[in-house]
Design a protein around this ligand. Sequence first.
Ligand code: ADP
Ligand code: PAZ
Ligand code: K
Length: 244
Amino acid sequence: MKLLIDAGNSRLKWRLDQDGRILEQGVGTLDDADPLPGLSIDARNLTGVAVSTVASEERRLNLMEQLSARTAAPIRFYWAETRRGGLVNAYADPRMMGADRWHAMYGAWRSINAGFVVVDAGSAVTVDYVAPSGQHLGGFILPGLHMMLRSLKSDAARIGFDPDQVLDTRPGKSTGECVNHGLAWLSAAVVDQIHKDAQAFGLDRIVVTGGDADRLLGLGLSAANRPQLVLDGLALIDNEDQAQ
Ligand SMILES: Nc1ncnc2c1ncn2[C@@H]1O[C@H](COP(=O)(O)OP(=O)(O)O)[C@@H](O)[C@H]1O
Ligand SMILES: CC(C)(COP(=O)(O)O)[C@@H](O)C(=O)NCCC(=O)O
Ligand SMILES: [K+]
């Protein structure tokens, strides 16, 4: 039984895998006293822990400590790579790429036999393009919804509003509407651009993951929702490396 962890900048997603079956899963945050709420099994029964994280080194070490206190099983951290199984990273220095991006791409690559787009709507929004050959064409990093709301609240003195995750892209008629419709309008423009790029690059499939995936789907993103995509890629990689 293996514990898989995707620790992003907002939330920690985990699941227990046994021979490819998901036994349990949950969501916590890295700052929680217990980052793995609901993990009921006796952690001593684990054969291994595999982690994909983009959190700060301090939070990574804290997670390592919390895991080591709960299990004697080996804890393996996995990072972005140059290549794996035909998927080739466009970064000259793959170590600079977020582990979540690589693991999401690998999870998609192993389940899609075509060119594809991966959209991860998390604390930040990442978009990655992969050609049918498996060559990563590159991608984009954008502020996520809450980052944009926070920046307006903190950096614009006269903008007072109640955040409301509306999907309304019509012109606003109050500060709140201008902000909330504005963020939906911007996200809808991102959706349109992804569709245009997928057409231009010949990428037949789009997959979306992350806490704000439903919002992009609601704004018209034509994509398959894969909430577990990072954990899927991480599981494949850990299984491959442990089988060697
Ligand atoms: N309980 C929650 N706590 C924080 N963000 C949440 C929660 N539920 C949904 N979200 C949304 O999910 C986004 C974070 O998505 P997630 O993919 O978990 O991010 P990350 O991988 O960066 O940690 C936030 O921007 C927020 O809009
Ligand atoms: C862009 C990210 C912050 C997204 O992480 P998330 O929003 O999922 O927490 C993460 O992929 C990251 O830290 N990337 C490092 C820089 C890069 O990928 O080029
Ligand atoms: K993420």
